[in-house]
Design a protein around this ligand. Structure first.
Ligand SMILES: Nc1ncnc2c1ncn2[C@@H]1O[C@H](COP(=O)(O)OP(=O)(O)OP(=O)(O)O)[C@@H](O)[C@H]1O
Length: 319
């Protein structure tokens, strides 16, 4: 649905997006992650045609975005809803009026607007707030209004620019659950920009990591977190502190393997002792994944490696 090839974008002399290549399928929930200034919002704005790009290609539904005429661009943007960190609601308008705004601009009839807006407010769980004003709503409720507004024109794509960054963790989870529901029920492709790894873990099926305009990771979310490469570790700020003595082995448990008592059976079968340096289990995109570092004696290295080689498990010796 979205195909980006060798995309470069400059602000003046400064290259802010460097050789971006990625594709997003219909129905995906795709995260663009990075620290401040990485180029996330710029990439999002290139996707909806708000920003121009200088080199490369960006196809949405097989159309090159930068070649769209003004008129076509207006039609194109109708197909892309957007939500923001600070909700962008009009304070003097009620919830109903805020949500109905895009439909009014597009000249829909009063009946169509009323039906659609009430349906959407029900979908986002705000039917009781139809006549409230934004100042009477919590942050989470304001974002629900913004989500309803973004869906009025039946877009195929929803772009979210740090939509949960101003919310507390519980409210964030409830908004992410709403986005998942929308993705499933309406089959809307969701692209979200965030600097929060928790958001990525909770919702994204795939994620792109951006640093200074460069892609430093692009994968299925579980794989990004299951076995992070050096860049990803640095990105996550994870420094592995391990004992200097002996051999440290890191074990990665994929989705369905997390609960297997592999290490206890290994200890029993090989009749060896080892220490667990650290371990953690995490829920990523509804799958449990985990990793663990064990420390063994140098003389046990060969037999343990042999044992692990015969298992369906990923592992590495930490240097
Ligand atoms: N209109 C502009 N003119 C010039 N430079 C810009 C403009 N917009 C963004 N930049 C620069 O481009 C780079 C990428 O900005 P962008 O807003 O895309 O990053 P980001 O990853 O979304 O950051 P944040 O999370 O802080 O919003 C930054 O160095 C920024 O200063």
């Amino acid at each position: 649905m979205i195909e980006i090839k060798n995309l470069n974008k400059y602000y003046g002399q400064i290259k802010v997006l460097n050789n971006i290549n990625l594709s997003i399928d219909k129905g995906d929930i795709f995260a663009i992650v990075g620290h401040s200034g990485a180029g996330k919002s710029t990439l999002l704005r290139c996707i909806n045609g708000l920003e121009d790009y200088h080199e490369g290609s960006l196809l949405v539904n097989k159309k090159e975005v930068k070649n769209l005429t003004k008129l076509k661009l207006r039609e194109f943007r109708k197909n892309i809803g957007m939500i923001f960190q600070h909700f962008s609601l009009l304070q003097r308008k009620t919830v109903f009026e805020n949500v109905s705004l895009p439909m009014e601009l597009w000249g829909y009839s009063k009946d169509e607007i009323e039906k659609k807006v009430l349906n959407l407010l029900e979908l986002v769980g705000l039917e009781s707030k139809v006549n409230s004003y934004p100042k009477e709503l919590s942050g989470g409720q304001k974002q629900r209004v913004a989500i309803a507004r973004a869906l009025t024109l039946d877009p195929e794509i929803l772009l979210s620019d740090e939509a949960t960054s101003a919310l507390d963790p519980n409210t964030t989870t409830s908004i992410l659950n709403l986005l998942k529901k929308i993705n499933k029920q309406l089959n809307i492709t969701i692209i979200l920009v965030t600097h929060e790894m928790e958001v990525v873990k909770q919702i994204a099926q795939k994620a792109l990591l951006l640093e200074h305009g460069n892609i430093i990771g692009l994968d299925v979310t579980e794989d990004l977190f299951l076995k992070p490469d050096e860049k990803m570790k640095h990105f996550l700020g994870e420094e592995e502190v391990v004992p200097k003595e002996g051999v440290n082995i890191k074990l990665y448990f994929p989705k369905d393997n997390a609960y297997q008592s592999l290490i206890t059976s290994m200890a029993r079968e090989l009749d060896i002792d080892f220490s667990i340096v650290w371990g953690k289990l995490e829920e990523i995109n509804t799958h449990i994944i985990g990793n663990m570092v064990i420390n063994i004696k140098e003389e046990q290295k060969e037999i343990v490696c042999k044992y692990l080689e015969n298992r369906a498990i990923t592992w590495e010796i930490l240097k």
